[in-house]
Design a binder for this molecule. Structure first.
Ligand code: PLP
Length: 399
């Protein structure tokens, strides 16, 4: 007789996480990891931010009782202020239901389940390409996912007109996942004028945007990077925002994020919060304490907050400097490669346009690891490895 779980299929694994394991096992000392979306400092290390360390020390290790299903009240208020701005009309009108979530992924997961229950049967549009879990999370919740054009491989730019056309032709009331800043995997963002044109379309078609903001502070600044969401908030009555502190607090493993559901009225927001709490109760009951306490302590203390803002600026400036350095190193070796895209793209990633074969060549020959789609995490570049990466890239391009 066959065993109970005999037919369980093997899991192929997550391609990016698998590459990371392969990297760890690579014995070459000159290897460079440009795969996973983790910020590393100039020494190639995942930093502990001094603001976070100071907050953790201030908090010590106290009682660990349950916290509410929706999370810590201070944390939720500070999340709202960070996303929507302190003077936001929406917040004054109490129209936002915000949940503490298990990172950005947890926020999207609650969002997908909430939408599946309350706005079922609508198509979910994601950018082509996108962070793969967008498909997975919304499919798991029961949605069919479709794509809107985003990246033009030939020009390494945005297919804005095609994107607009697809969303114009989509059924009214479709769910549209939008990365408002530092698009993963391409690094290509909409200009403010394009953001406004997209906003007009989303509102006219009554689409439901789910803004997924995983990199706030990594493009132009903490407030600047929220401007798409904030301008949208001035005009629209109902939408969702998932935000994550994994990257900008370097708190990946603590799982800290938020889901904010913007509603038409305070009463609606109250009822929505109730349903979100119920969903959490039936899933993991209530969120963990430590990460949210740390983030709330940093954001709520003027001195720690100023320190954190400086730390985010340092990460942002370092990634920009590494883009410049890579472009300069490539230019030294070849005039054939137009390096403009490296410095124009924003945030943690650069979509290089390298083919899978070229990526494999860089890995096998030089120990330089990129994702097979050609995505490079620029936060893995350092003064010490950037010349070698440029050399490997130029060799792979055969230019
Ligand atoms: N959304 C996007 C676009 C991301 O790139 C990521 C992380 O890589 C996430 C969400 C999830 O972030 P978290 O680690 O906080 O779950």
């Amino acid at each position: 007789a066959s065993s109970l779980f005999g037919n369980v299929e093997a899991f192929a694994g997550d391609p990016i996480l698998s590459l990371n394991i392969a990297f760890q096992g690579d014995p070459r000392t000159e290897k460079v990891n440009l795969t996973i979306g983790i910020y590393m400092d100039g020494n190639g290390k995942v930093p502990v931010l001094p603001s976070v360390k100071a907050a953790a020390e201030k908090l010590g290790f106290g009682v660990r009782s349950y916290i509410p299903m929706e999370g810590l009240a201070d944390y939720r208020r500070l999340v709202q202020e960070l996303v929507f701005g302190k003077g936001s009309k929406l917040l004054a009108e109490k129209r936002v239901a915000t949940m503490q979530s298990l990172g950005g992924t947890g926020a999207l997961s609650i969002a997908a389940d909430f939408l599946a229950k309350h706005t079922p049967g609508r198509p979910v549009y994601v950018s082509d390409p996108t962070w793969d879990n967008h498909h997975g999370l919304f499919q798991r919740a029961g949605f069919e996912t479709k794509t809107y054009p985003y990246w033009d491989g030939a020009t390494r730019t945005l297919r804005f007109d095609d994107m607009m056309k697809t969303l114009e032709e989509a059924p009214a009331g479709s769910i549209v996942i939008v990365q408002p800043v530092c698009h993963n995997p391409t690094g290509v963002d909409l200009s403010p004028a394009q953001q406004d044109a997209l906003s007009d379309l989303l509102i006219a078609k009554q689409h439901i945007p789910v803004f997924d903001m995983a990199y706030q502070g990594f493009a132009d600044g903490i407030d600047e990077d929220a401007s798409f969401v904030r301008r949208y908030a001035e005009r629209a009555s109902s939408f969702l925002v998932a935000n994550s502190f994994s990257k900008n607090f370097s708190l990946y493993g603590e799982r800290v994020g938020g889901l904010s559901v913007v509603c038409a009225t305070a009463d609606e927001a109250d009822r929505v919060l109730g349903q979100l709490k119920l969903a959490v109760r039936r899933s993991y009951s209530n969120p963990p304490t430590t990460g949210a306490q740390i983030v709330a302590t940093v954001l709520g203390d003027p001195a720690l907050r100023a320190l954190w803002e400086a730390e985010v600026a340092e990460m942002r400036v370092r990634m920009k400097a590494m883009r410049e350095a890579l472009a300069a190193e490539v230019k030294k070796l070849s005039n054939e490669i137009d390096v403009g895209f490296i410095t124009q793209q924003r945030g943690m990633f650069s979509y290089t346009g390298l083919s899978k074969a070229q990526v494999v060549q860089m890995r096998d020959t030089d120990g330089v690891y990129l994702v097979e789609s050609g995505r490079m995490c620029v936060a893995g570049l350092t003064e010490n490895n950037v010349a070698a990466v440029a050399k490997s890239l130029v060799a792979a391009r055969g230019a």
